[in-house]
Design a protein around this ligand. Sequence first.
Ligand SMILES: *Cc1c(COP(=O)(O)O)cnc(C)c1O
Length: 423
Amino acid sequence: MKFQSTRKNCKSTSISSAILEGLAPDGGLYVPEKFPPHLGNITDESFSTFAFHALAPFFKGQVIEKQLEEICAKAFDFPLPLEFFQENAALLELFHGPTAAFKDFGARFLAFAMSAIIEAKDQRERTILVATSGDTGGAVASAFHKRPGIKVAILYPEGLVSPRQEKQLTCWGDNIVAFKVAGTFDDCQALVKEAFNNSQLREQFGLTSANSINLGRVLPQMAYHAFSSSKFKEERNLIPTLIIPTGNLGNAVGAFWAKRMGSPIANIVLATNANKALPVYFDSGKYKERKSVATLANAMDVGAPSNMERLLHLIPSLEELQKISASYSVSDEEISETISQFYREQELILCPHTAVAMKVWQEHYPTVPSILSATAHPAKFESIVEPLIGQQIPLPAVLQNLIAKNSTALAIAPHLEELISKL
Ligand SMILES: *Cc1c(COP(=O)(O)O)cnc(C)c1O
Protein backbone atom coordinates (compact mmCIF):
# COMPACT_ATOMS: atom_id res chain seq x y z
CA MET A 1 0.00 0.00 0.00
CA LYS A 2 1.30 3.43 -0.94
CA PHE A 3 0.70 6.89 0.50
CA GLN A 4 0.61 10.05 -1.56
CA SER A 5 0.86 13.72 -0.73
CA THR A 6 -2.35 15.78 -0.86
CA ARG A 7 -0.42 18.18 -3.12
CA LYS A 8 0.65 15.44 -5.54
CA ASN A 9 4.02 17.08 -6.22
CA CYS A 10 6.18 14.26 -4.90
CA LYS A 11 6.44 10.50 -5.18
CA SER A 12 4.20 8.17 -3.23
CA THR A 13 5.86 6.41 -0.35
CA SER A 14 5.47 3.60 2.18
CA ILE A 15 3.68 4.06 5.47
CA SER A 16 6.97 3.69 7.35
CA SER A 17 8.51 6.67 5.54
CA ALA A 18 5.30 8.68 5.84
CA ILE A 19 5.33 8.18 9.61
CA LEU A 20 9.03 9.03 9.95
CA GLU A 21 8.78 12.14 7.78
CA GLY A 22 5.55 13.61 9.19
CA LEU A 23 5.04 16.12 6.38
CA ALA A 24 5.48 15.20 2.69
CA PRO A 25 8.46 16.85 0.91
CA ASP A 26 6.11 19.09 -1.14
CA GLY A 27 4.51 20.43 2.05
CA GLY A 28 1.35 18.32 1.65
CA LEU A 29 -0.08 15.70 4.02
CA TYR A 30 0.14 11.98 3.42
CA VAL A 31 -3.08 10.13 2.57
CA PRO A 32 -3.68 6.52 1.40
CA GLU A 33 -3.51 6.20 -2.42
CA LYS A 34 -6.30 3.67 -2.19
CA PHE A 35 -8.31 2.52 0.80
CA PRO A 36 -8.56 -1.17 1.70
CA PRO A 37 -12.07 -2.51 1.04
CA HIS A 38 -13.17 -2.64 4.68
CA LEU A 39 -12.10 -2.20 8.29
CA GLY A 40 -13.75 -5.18 9.93
CA ASN A 41 -16.71 -5.15 12.23
CA ILE A 42 -16.03 -7.79 14.84
CA THR A 43 -17.02 -6.06 18.02
CA ASP A 44 -16.55 -8.86 20.52
CA GLU A 45 -12.85 -8.10 20.26
CA SER A 46 -11.04 -5.68 22.51
CA PHE A 47 -10.30 -2.34 20.89
CA SER A 48 -6.60 -3.13 20.62
CA THR A 49 -7.29 -6.37 18.72
CA PHE A 50 -9.85 -4.62 16.52
CA ALA A 51 -7.34 -1.83 15.81
CA PHE A 52 -4.67 -4.39 14.90
CA HIS A 53 -6.99 -6.03 12.34
CA ALA A 54 -8.17 -2.68 10.98
CA LEU A 55 -4.64 -1.28 10.58
CA ALA A 56 -2.95 -4.47 9.32
CA PRO A 57 -3.69 -3.82 5.59
CA PHE A 58 -1.96 -0.43 5.90
CA PHE A 59 1.24 -2.05 7.21
CA LYS A 60 1.33 -5.08 4.90
CA GLY A 61 4.88 -5.83 3.79
CA GLN A 62 6.37 -3.18 6.10
CA VAL A 63 9.26 -3.71 8.51
CA ILE A 64 6.93 -3.53 11.51
CA GLU A 65 4.14 -5.71 10.10
CA LYS A 66 4.92 -8.54 12.52
CA GLN A 67 5.09 -6.20 15.52
CA LEU A 68 1.82 -4.44 14.79
CA GLU A 69 -0.29 -6.57 17.13
CA GLU A 70 2.09 -5.89 20.01
CA ILE A 71 2.27 -2.18 19.15
CA CYS A 72 -1.53 -1.91 19.28
CA ALA A 73 -1.68 -3.88 22.54
CA LYS A 74 0.86 -1.57 24.19
CA ALA A 75 -0.50 1.68 22.74
CA PHE A 76 -4.15 0.98 23.57
CA ASP A 77 -3.88 -0.48 27.07
CA PHE A 78 -6.72 1.59 28.55
CA PRO A 79 -10.53 1.38 28.32
CA LEU A 80 -12.71 2.90 25.57
CA PRO A 81 -16.27 3.05 26.96
CA LEU A 82 -19.32 3.89 24.86
CA GLU A 83 -21.70 5.38 27.43
CA PHE A 84 -25.34 5.89 26.46
CA PHE A 85 -26.82 9.02 28.05
CA GLN A 86 -30.09 8.72 26.09
CA GLU A 87 -31.84 5.80 24.43
CA ASN A 88 -30.03 6.37 21.11
CA ALA A 89 -27.21 8.74 21.94
CA ALA A 90 -23.87 7.85 23.48
CA LEU A 91 -20.63 9.51 24.55
CA LEU A 92 -17.50 7.81 23.27
CA GLU A 93 -15.16 8.36 26.22
CA LEU A 94 -11.78 8.89 24.62
CA PHE A 95 -10.16 10.26 27.79
CA HIS A 96 -9.04 7.19 29.74
CA GLY A 97 -5.43 7.27 28.51
CA PRO A 98 -2.42 8.55 30.49
CA THR A 99 -3.04 12.25 29.85
CA ALA A 100 -6.84 12.01 29.95
CA ALA A 101 -7.48 13.29 26.41
CA PHE A 102 -8.21 11.63 23.07
CA LYS A 103 -4.80 12.65 21.76
CA ASP A 104 -3.34 9.72 23.75
CA PHE A 105 -4.63 7.30 21.08
CA GLY A 106 -2.77 8.95 18.23
CA ALA A 107 0.32 9.95 20.20
CA ARG A 108 0.83 6.50 21.73
CA PHE A 109 0.36 4.64 18.47
CA LEU A 110 2.73 7.04 16.72
CA ALA A 111 5.34 6.70 19.48
CA PHE A 112 5.42 2.90 19.52
CA ALA A 113 5.25 2.65 15.72
CA MET A 114 7.91 5.31 15.05
CA SER A 115 10.30 3.82 17.56
CA ALA A 116 9.87 0.31 16.08
CA ILE A 117 10.36 1.66 12.52
CA ILE A 118 13.58 3.45 13.51
CA GLU A 119 14.90 0.34 15.21
CA ALA A 120 14.14 -1.87 12.21
CA LYS A 121 15.08 0.56 9.47
CA ASP A 122 18.08 2.79 10.08
CA GLN A 123 18.61 3.17 13.82
CA ARG A 124 19.20 6.84 13.32
CA GLU A 125 18.01 9.03 16.19
CA ARG A 126 15.16 11.44 15.43
CA THR A 127 14.21 14.64 17.22
CA ILE A 128 10.57 15.58 17.48
CA LEU A 129 9.80 19.27 17.82
CA VAL A 130 6.36 20.17 19.17
CA ALA A 131 4.88 23.56 19.84
CA THR A 132 1.98 23.28 22.25
CA SER A 133 -0.63 25.44 23.85
CA GLY A 134 -1.23 22.65 26.36
CA ASP A 135 -2.86 19.36 25.40
CA THR A 136 -0.82 18.08 22.47
CA GLY A 137 2.51 18.47 24.24
CA GLY A 138 1.39 16.46 27.26
CA ALA A 139 0.08 13.57 25.19
CA VAL A 140 3.22 13.51 23.00
CA ALA A 141 5.60 13.72 25.98
CA SER A 142 3.83 10.94 27.85
CA ALA A 143 3.71 8.72 24.75
CA PHE A 144 7.36 9.18 23.73
CA HIS A 145 8.86 9.10 27.22
CA LYS A 146 11.70 6.51 27.17
CA ARG A 147 10.95 5.37 23.60
CA PRO A 148 14.30 4.36 22.11
CA GLY A 149 15.76 6.35 19.21
CA ILE A 150 13.68 9.46 19.75
CA LYS A 151 14.27 12.72 21.53
CA VAL A 152 11.39 15.16 22.09
CA ALA A 153 11.63 18.94 22.46
CA ILE A 154 8.43 20.61 23.65
CA LEU A 155 8.00 24.36 23.27
CA TYR A 156 5.32 26.12 25.27
CA PRO A 157 4.62 29.79 25.99
CA GLU A 158 5.82 30.70 29.48
CA GLY A 159 2.98 31.77 31.76
CA LEU A 160 0.29 31.01 29.16
CA VAL A 161 -0.57 27.40 30.00
CA SER A 162 -2.40 26.33 33.14
CA PRO A 163 -0.32 25.02 36.09
CA ARG A 164 -1.70 21.51 35.58
CA GLN A 165 -0.91 21.62 31.89
CA GLU A 166 2.60 22.90 32.60
CA LYS A 167 3.15 19.99 34.94
CA GLN A 168 2.23 17.55 32.18
CA LEU A 169 4.83 19.12 29.89
CA THR A 170 7.71 19.40 32.34
CA CYS A 171 7.55 16.30 34.57
CA TRP A 172 9.25 13.75 32.31
CA GLY A 173 13.02 14.10 32.02
CA ASP A 174 15.07 11.42 30.18
CA ASN A 175 14.51 11.90 26.43
CA ILE A 176 11.92 14.68 26.88
CA VAL A 177 13.07 18.32 27.12
CA ALA A 178 10.60 21.11 27.86
CA PHE A 179 11.38 24.65 26.71
CA LYS A 180 9.44 27.51 28.23
CA VAL A 181 9.56 30.20 25.62
CA ALA A 182 9.37 33.90 26.48
CA GLY A 183 6.60 34.56 23.97
CA THR A 184 3.18 33.39 22.77
CA PHE A 185 2.01 30.08 21.32
CA ASP A 186 2.37 31.63 17.85
CA ASP A 187 6.04 32.38 18.63
CA CYS A 188 6.56 28.73 19.61
CA GLN A 189 4.92 27.56 16.40
CA ALA A 190 6.94 30.00 14.30
CA LEU A 191 10.13 28.69 15.90
CA VAL A 192 9.23 25.08 15.06
CA LYS A 193 8.39 26.09 11.48
CA GLU A 194 11.65 27.96 11.12
CA ALA A 195 13.60 24.91 12.30
CA PHE A 196 11.76 22.62 9.85
CA ASN A 197 12.32 24.99 6.95
CA ASN A 198 16.06 24.87 7.56
CA SER A 199 17.10 21.76 5.62
CA GLN A 200 20.54 21.62 7.19
CA LEU A 201 19.06 21.55 10.70
CA ARG A 202 16.40 19.09 9.64
CA GLU A 203 19.11 16.73 8.43
CA GLN A 204 21.49 17.33 11.35
CA PHE A 205 18.93 16.61 14.06
CA GLY A 206 16.71 14.21 12.10
CA LEU A 207 13.83 16.57 12.85
CA THR A 208 10.33 15.19 12.60
CA SER A 209 6.87 16.01 13.80
CA ALA A 210 4.28 14.36 16.03
CA ASN A 211 1.43 16.79 15.54
CA SER A 212 -1.91 15.87 14.05
CA ILE A 213 -0.64 16.04 10.47
CA ASN A 214 1.38 12.86 11.07
CA LEU A 215 -0.39 9.90 9.48
CA GLY A 216 0.46 7.79 12.52
CA ARG A 217 -1.90 9.90 14.61
CA VAL A 218 -4.84 9.77 12.23
CA LEU A 219 -4.94 5.98 11.70
CA PRO A 220 -5.83 4.96 15.28
CA GLN A 221 -8.55 7.62 15.30
CA MET A 222 -10.02 5.98 12.22
CA ALA A 223 -9.92 2.67 14.08
CA TYR A 224 -11.86 3.86 17.15
CA HIS A 225 -14.57 5.48 15.03
CA ALA A 226 -14.92 2.18 13.13
CA PHE A 227 -14.98 0.20 16.38
CA SER A 228 -17.51 2.37 18.20
CA SER A 229 -19.89 2.76 15.27
CA SER A 230 -19.91 -1.04 14.75
CA LYS A 231 -20.57 -1.51 18.45
CA PHE A 232 -23.39 1.06 18.37
CA LYS A 233 -24.98 -0.69 15.41
CA GLU A 234 -24.76 -4.03 17.14
CA GLU A 235 -26.27 -2.72 20.38
CA ARG A 236 -29.03 -0.56 18.90
CA ASN A 237 -29.44 -1.91 15.37
CA LEU A 238 -29.11 1.67 14.12
CA ILE A 239 -26.43 3.46 12.17
CA PRO A 240 -25.03 6.36 14.20
CA THR A 241 -24.20 9.89 13.18
CA LEU A 242 -20.87 11.00 14.67
CA ILE A 243 -20.69 14.42 16.33
CA ILE A 244 -17.08 15.50 16.73
CA PRO A 245 -15.65 18.50 18.61
CA THR A 246 -13.30 19.82 15.97
CA GLY A 247 -10.17 21.97 15.86
CA ASN A 248 -7.46 20.75 13.47
CA LEU A 249 -9.82 18.14 12.00
CA GLY A 250 -7.56 15.19 12.90
CA ASN A 251 -10.20 13.31 14.88
CA ALA A 252 -12.83 14.00 12.21
CA VAL A 253 -10.65 12.96 9.25
CA GLY A 254 -10.29 9.60 11.03
CA ALA A 255 -14.09 9.36 10.95
CA PHE A 256 -14.32 10.26 7.24
CA TRP A 257 -11.75 7.57 6.45
CA ALA A 258 -13.63 4.98 8.51
CA LYS A 259 -16.85 5.82 6.65
CA ARG A 260 -15.04 5.58 3.30
CA MET A 261 -14.01 2.05 4.24
CA GLY A 262 -17.59 1.05 4.91
CA SER A 263 -17.96 1.47 8.67
CA PRO A 264 -21.59 1.93 9.72
CA ILE A 265 -21.54 5.73 10.01
CA ALA A 266 -24.49 7.88 8.85
CA ASN A 267 -23.29 11.48 8.93
CA ILE A 268 -20.20 13.18 10.34
CA VAL A 269 -20.91 16.46 12.11
CA LEU A 270 -18.11 18.93 12.80
CA ALA A 271 -18.85 20.86 16.00
CA THR A 272 -16.63 23.92 16.39
CA ASN A 273 -16.30 26.65 18.98
CA ALA A 274 -16.33 30.32 17.92
CA ASN A 275 -13.58 29.55 15.39
CA LYS A 276 -15.76 29.28 12.31
CA ALA A 277 -13.61 28.38 9.30
CA LEU A 278 -15.53 25.10 8.83
CA PRO A 279 -19.14 26.29 9.32
CA VAL A 280 -18.40 29.17 6.94
CA TYR A 281 -17.03 26.74 4.35
CA PHE A 282 -20.16 24.58 4.61
CA ASP A 283 -22.39 27.66 4.21
CA SER A 284 -20.57 29.52 1.51
CA GLY A 285 -18.25 27.06 -0.23
CA LYS A 286 -15.42 29.46 0.54
CA TYR A 287 -12.57 28.17 2.64
CA LYS A 288 -10.50 30.91 4.19
CA GLU A 289 -7.88 30.65 6.90
CA ARG A 290 -8.68 32.93 9.82
CA LYS A 291 -6.92 34.19 12.89
CA SER A 292 -7.85 32.00 15.84
CA VAL A 293 -9.96 33.42 18.66
CA ALA A 294 -9.61 32.30 22.29
CA THR A 295 -12.53 30.28 23.70
CA LEU A 296 -13.38 28.07 26.69
CA ALA A 297 -12.70 25.01 24.51
CA ASN A 298 -9.10 26.09 23.96
CA ALA A 299 -7.77 22.87 22.41
CA MET A 300 -10.03 23.74 19.46
CA ASP A 301 -8.91 27.36 19.06
CA VAL A 302 -7.82 26.87 15.47
CA GLY A 303 -8.29 29.38 12.67
CA ALA A 304 -6.89 27.20 9.89
CA PRO A 305 -7.51 23.46 10.52
CA SER A 306 -4.30 21.66 9.53
CA ASN A 307 -6.14 18.57 8.24
CA MET A 308 -8.40 20.58 5.91
CA GLU A 309 -6.14 19.48 3.05
CA ARG A 310 -6.94 15.85 3.82
CA LEU A 311 -10.68 16.51 3.92
CA LEU A 312 -10.63 18.44 0.63
CA HIS A 313 -8.50 15.74 -0.94
CA LEU A 314 -10.99 13.06 0.10
CA ILE A 315 -14.14 15.02 -0.82
CA PRO A 316 -13.30 17.97 -3.06
CA SER A 317 -16.92 18.81 -3.92
CA LEU A 318 -18.83 20.80 -1.30
CA GLU A 319 -22.08 19.36 -2.62
CA GLU A 320 -20.84 15.81 -2.01
CA LEU A 321 -19.52 16.77 1.42
CA GLN A 322 -22.86 18.29 2.43
CA LYS A 323 -24.60 14.98 1.70
CA ILE A 324 -22.75 13.27 4.53
CA SER A 325 -21.59 16.08 6.76
CA ALA A 326 -22.44 19.42 8.37
CA SER A 327 -20.71 21.91 10.64
CA TYR A 328 -22.01 24.15 13.43
CA SER A 329 -20.38 26.71 15.70
CA VAL A 330 -21.04 27.00 19.45
CA SER A 331 -20.39 30.13 21.53
CA ASP A 332 -18.66 30.29 24.94
CA GLU A 333 -21.99 31.18 26.51
CA GLU A 334 -23.56 28.04 25.06
CA ILE A 335 -20.62 25.94 26.26
CA SER A 336 -21.15 27.19 29.82
CA GLU A 337 -24.92 26.68 29.69
CA THR A 338 -24.53 23.16 28.35
CA ILE A 339 -22.05 22.17 31.08
CA SER A 340 -24.41 23.52 33.79
CA GLN A 341 -27.52 21.99 32.26
CA PHE A 342 -26.18 18.46 31.81
CA TYR A 343 -24.82 18.42 35.32
CA ARG A 344 -28.12 19.68 36.74
CA GLU A 345 -30.32 17.31 34.74
CA GLN A 346 -28.21 14.18 34.38
CA GLU A 347 -25.23 14.61 36.73
CA LEU A 348 -23.08 14.37 33.64
CA ILE A 349 -19.83 16.36 33.89
CA LEU A 350 -18.62 17.50 30.46
CA CYS A 351 -15.32 19.10 29.51
CA PRO A 352 -15.73 22.32 27.48
CA HIS A 353 -14.84 20.52 24.20
CA THR A 354 -17.32 17.71 24.75
CA ALA A 355 -19.90 20.37 25.63
CA VAL A 356 -19.50 21.81 22.12
CA ALA A 357 -20.55 18.45 20.64
CA MET A 358 -23.36 18.12 23.17
CA LYS A 359 -24.80 21.52 22.28
CA VAL A 360 -24.79 20.65 18.57
CA TRP A 361 -26.48 17.32 19.31
CA GLN A 362 -29.15 19.00 21.45
CA GLU A 363 -29.80 21.77 18.94
CA HIS A 364 -29.69 19.84 15.66
CA TYR A 365 -29.79 16.06 16.26
CA PRO A 366 -31.77 15.33 19.47
CA THR A 367 -33.67 12.40 17.91
CA VAL A 368 -30.93 11.11 15.60
CA PRO A 369 -28.92 8.03 16.67
CA SER A 370 -25.62 9.64 17.61
CA ILE A 371 -22.15 9.06 19.00
CA LEU A 372 -20.51 12.16 20.48
CA SER A 373 -16.74 12.14 20.91
CA ALA A 374 -15.93 13.01 24.55
CA THR A 375 -12.41 14.29 23.98
CA ALA A 376 -11.07 15.15 27.44
CA HIS A 377 -11.66 14.44 31.12
CA PRO A 378 -13.38 17.46 32.73
CA ALA A 379 -10.80 17.52 35.57
CA LYS A 380 -8.28 18.85 33.02
CA PHE A 381 -10.35 22.03 32.75
CA GLU A 382 -11.33 22.38 36.39
CA SER A 383 -11.06 26.18 36.46
CA ILE A 384 -13.84 26.39 33.86
CA VAL A 385 -16.02 23.43 34.84
CA GLU A 386 -15.96 23.48 38.67
CA PRO A 387 -17.54 26.95 39.10
CA LEU A 388 -20.32 25.97 36.65
CA ILE A 389 -21.28 22.81 38.49
CA GLY A 390 -20.51 24.05 42.00
CA GLN A 391 -18.49 20.89 42.72
CA GLN A 392 -14.91 19.77 42.79
CA ILE A 393 -14.09 17.17 40.16
CA PRO A 394 -12.03 14.28 41.50
CA LEU A 395 -8.72 14.06 39.65
CA PRO A 396 -8.28 10.77 37.77
CA ALA A 397 -5.41 8.63 39.15
CA VAL A 398 -3.29 9.09 36.01
CA LEU A 399 -3.28 12.87 36.45
CA GLN A 400 -2.61 12.62 40.19
CA ASN A 401 0.55 10.66 39.44
CA LEU A 402 1.79 13.27 36.99
CA ILE A 403 1.14 16.13 39.35
CA ALA A 404 3.21 14.46 42.07
CA LYS A 405 6.36 14.45 39.90
CA ASN A 406 9.15 17.06 39.84
CA SER A 407 9.30 19.43 36.93
CA THR A 408 12.08 21.02 34.92
CA ALA A 409 12.00 23.35 31.94
CA LEU A 410 14.65 25.34 30.10
CA ALA A 411 13.81 29.01 29.65
CA ILE A 412 14.60 30.40 26.19
CA ALA A 413 13.92 33.51 24.16
CA PRO A 414 12.00 32.84 20.93
CA HIS A 415 15.17 32.60 18.80
CA LEU A 416 16.24 29.62 16.76
CA GLU A 417 19.95 29.87 17.74
CA GLU A 418 19.06 29.63 21.40
CA LEU A 419 16.81 26.61 20.86
CA ILE A 420 19.47 24.83 18.78
CA SER A 421 22.21 25.51 21.30
CA LYS A 422 20.16 23.75 23.99
CA LEU A 423 18.79 20.85 21.95
C1 LIG B 1 -7.14 18.46 20.20
C2 LIG B 1 -8.46 18.44 20.87
C3 LIG B 1 -9.66 18.59 20.13
C4 LIG B 1 -9.68 18.85 18.65
O1 LIG B 1 -9.29 17.74 17.89
P1 LIG B 1 -8.80 17.94 16.37
O2 LIG B 1 -8.31 16.59 15.96
O3 LIG B 1 -7.70 18.96 16.41
O4 LIG B 1 -9.96 18.40 15.58
C5 LIG B 1 -10.86 18.49 20.83
N1 LIG B 1 -10.89 18.30 22.16
C6 LIG B 1 -9.76 18.16 22.89
C7 LIG B 1 -9.86 17.96 24.36
C8 LIG B 1 -8.51 18.22 22.28
O5 LIG B 1 -7.39 18.09 23.03
